[in-house]
Design a protein around this ligand. Sequence first.
Ligand code: 9MR
Length: 386
Amino acid sequence: MNKKHLFNRRQTLLLGLGSIVSMSTLALGSTLKPQQASNHQKRNFAASGNLPLARRAAAKGLIYGAAVRKYALSSDAQLAARFTRECAMLVPEWELKWNFLRPKPNTFNFAPADWLAAFAQTHRMLFRGHTLVWHEPHALPEWFSIVNSQNARQILLEHIATVVGHYAGKIHSWDVVNEAISVKDGRSDGLRETPWLKFLGSDYIELAFRAAAKADPKALLVYNDYGLDYDTPEADAKRTAVLKLLKRLKSRGTPIHALGIQAHLSASETRFNPQKLQKFLSDVASLGLKILISELDVKDKELPVNINIRDRLVAATYEDYLSVVLDEPAVTAVITWGLSDRYTWISEFEARPDSLPVRPLPLDADINRKLAWNAIARAFDQAPKR
Ligand code: 9MR
């Protein structure tokens, strides 16, 4: 099948799934009609062989990895065994955020993140850093309230020098700035109103990248953001603002090397436009930047109760998304935001209204592969080599 046919086939599947999802949404809590159920059966998620995701990705010149929490990896032998088998990259989900890492203004606690870095090294996985500059109050220590326009520059530069310096030469990449765009905040440059912006002005982003490059000239330096995936007015505006930011940074010679697209997807979202997403990816690539799919997962909040149907729709979302983004050669890594449904932020932040366990990740809560795993495996197997 040539590319054009493949593309048309994907679109047909997608349109079909779109209507299934909207019907399923209506059918939330009830069983689907036989006709709807049989539409699901038409899609085949068979993956050939038993090779782990990391090996399939590597065969195409891609990196596959996942985010993980130290408490889970250190206490759950089943998870640890699967993690080392499936992943070629490890990202601390919590341990490199300010609230974990810097309990007091002058105290850094590297122990949990160092444990994860050592685990990655022992099992020959790459280690990736998340994140140096983020406004989210959940991820900031209480003492952050002392930061003001007089001390912000010094506190930020000290943080970056200390943390990036600590892992210099041993880390694949850093999310230097996270989620700095929020168009609805109303600024013409699209920048989010954060304490960093307030205290340091719009150049804080460039300042952070330059400090990171100084502390580790080898790490891949990434700007990371969400809400870039769908064909909605909000995502259109966000893609435009992110592209503008990246262009500005590049034109000023800022040492930025990649865009991280978080890709927290939703299985019930039907407004997916492959051409639009591909155009955005190629615009980013034409600036000389790599692209990482940095926090991939698929919410199943609005899907029916039935696990078979839910898993098929989640899998379809993974395969449709990845088959589009992996056509762009600048995409070099796919990282899921967790590996098993046993540990996922979605169970806390995007729970189902019926309180049933969520199923957003490649492995189920028993750490077994499920259809989402097959979908990712298939996307890697079909991806062009880079
Ligand atoms: O998954 C993370 C969750 O467990 C934390 O409580 C939260 C705050 O630290 O951050 C979550 O991860 C976020 C990531 O750091 C940035 N992009 C969005 C992720 C999901 O909210």
